[in-house]
Design a protein around this ligand. Structure first.
Ligand SMILES: C[S@@+](CC[C@H](N)C(=O)[O-])C[C@H]1O[C@@H](n2cnc3c(N)ncnc32)[C@H](O)[C@@H]1O
Length: 380
């Protein structure tokens, strides 16, 4: 088992999906001094498609066994000093039924709560990622109780990539736990939900310091973006409910876009931003067309015609905005996946398939996790 002063962290990656944790660990290692490295000794994931993407990018197959069936002695046999995991979030999402620890999808995490206590050689470092709201769940309480009972100190965070200068909102909960080297962590931070990484307050960016979306976009000269244009029948779906609905439209100059969920492109509203490449008129003014565009709280989010939402029947006006979906590559760039080492198989890309978006929606921001790993592995 690795112990304090170890140069190489041997990692078990649970719920590995498309390998967001794996990339984050590699990024951390690359950014650290050369004497600190990582090895993913095993990844566990039940999904065929996720495993296909994982193995095509890393050349290693995750172990396709349900985590509920891994026992303490089996996990001991890996001698891993670190666990990284993002358990299924459906039991906790505010839009879902919030069945919490009664949801079958919470079982694997609850199993790990027990197993980690039964192990002869439990890990020294654990990072767990989940949705904002997990912190209010019974599963959360059981996880913290389990870790507390075997001597872990836990620090909890609520962070979004925008705080790191990345123009993508994705507020997520993180629990970082360590059994050794605790003295570099402030005990006063226990029980708080930190909105920054201690010692890295400088990375919390003001809105105007966040990069423009343009830096993350594909070159239209190199990628055929036509398949990503929003179809006419979807364009008119902006109208919804009493207030008139809102598409979250951003432009290349925007310094934010909303969280891309696993339903991006399946549903057009509330699943992620749309990109307009024709949002300004020749003089650089916001296009008004025949409806009103209101800048929303300083960002380029738009609300159309709140006074009379039903008046807008003009498909041509909507077409004029040239709305398209962000491509899978653009979403993965915004989520910090390394372009040269991460690709989906062609058949998983829109419009043939929505699998790419689906898996990205379930994944995590690699850069945020890499920054948290620096804090997790901080030496005393
Ligand atoms: C929130 S996603 C994690 C995504 C991952 N961190 C990534 O970067 O793609 C949860 C993953 O857990 C997998 N999963 C759910 N229940 C599982 C179980 N009992 N055993 C193993 N994997 C499971 C799902 O297939 C899904 O890919």
């Amino acid at each position: 088992m690795a112990d304090e002063g170890t140069k190489k962290h041997s990692i078990l990656e649970f719920f590995s999906g498309i390998g967001g944790m794996h990339y984050a660990a590699e990024n951390w290692s690359r950014a650290s001094s050369s004497s600190r490295s990582v090895e993913i000794v095993a990844a566990f994931e039940v999904s065929d498609v996720c495993n296909l993407v994982y193995s095509s990018n890393f050349g290693e197959n995750p172990i396709q066994r349900s985590i509920e069936h891994l026992d303490a002695s089996y996990l001991d046999s890996f001698n891993a000093d670190t666990w990284l995991m993002s358990p299924p979030c459906q039991p906790y999402t505010s839009m879902g039924k919030q069945k919490d620890d009664q949801d079958p999808r919470a079982r694997a995490l609850l199993h790990l709560c027990q197993v980690v206590q039964d192990m002869q050689r439990p890990p020294n470092f654990i990072l767990l990622e989940n949705v904002n709201n997990f912190q209010h769940s019974n599963s959360h309480d059981r996880w913290l109780q389990a870790l507390g009972s075997i001597g872990f100190m836990v620090h909890e965070f609520l962070l979004s990539p925008t705080q790191f200068g990345i123009p993508n909102e994705r507020i997520r909960y993180y629990a970082l736990a360590r059994r050794i080297g605790k003295s570099s962590w402030n005990p006063d931070d226990i029980g708080k939900l930190l909105r920054y990484i201690p010692g890295r307050e400088d990375v919390v960016c003001a809105a105007e310091e966040v990069e423009e979306v343009a830096a993350y976009l594909d070159e239209s000269s190199q990628v055929d973006l036509t398949p990503y244009m929003v179809a006419d029948n979807d364009l008119m779906k902006w109208k919804h409910g009493l207030q008139g609905y809102v598409f979250d439209i951003v432009t290349p100059e925007s310094r934010r876009c909303s969280c891309f969920t696993k339903s991006y492109s399946k549903y057009i509203r509330g699943t992620g931003s749309l990109l307009s490449t024709n949002f300004y008129d020749e003089e650089g003014r916001l296009k008004k067309m025949n409806f009103i565009v209101l800048p929303h709280s300083g960002s380029s989010r738009c609300i159309f015609d709140v006074e009379d939402p039903w008046s807008i029947q003009d498909l041509n006006a909507m077409r004029g905005l040239k709305l398209r979906y962000f491509t899978e590559t653009e979403v993965s760039r915004l989520m910090g996946f390394p372009e040269e080492r991460f690709k989906f198989p062609q058949e998983m890309l829109y419009p043939k398939s929505r699998l790419g978006y689906r898996m990205l929606g379930n994944s995590l921001n690699v850069e945020v996790v890499a920054s948290l790993l620096e804090y997790l592995f901080k030496e005393d």
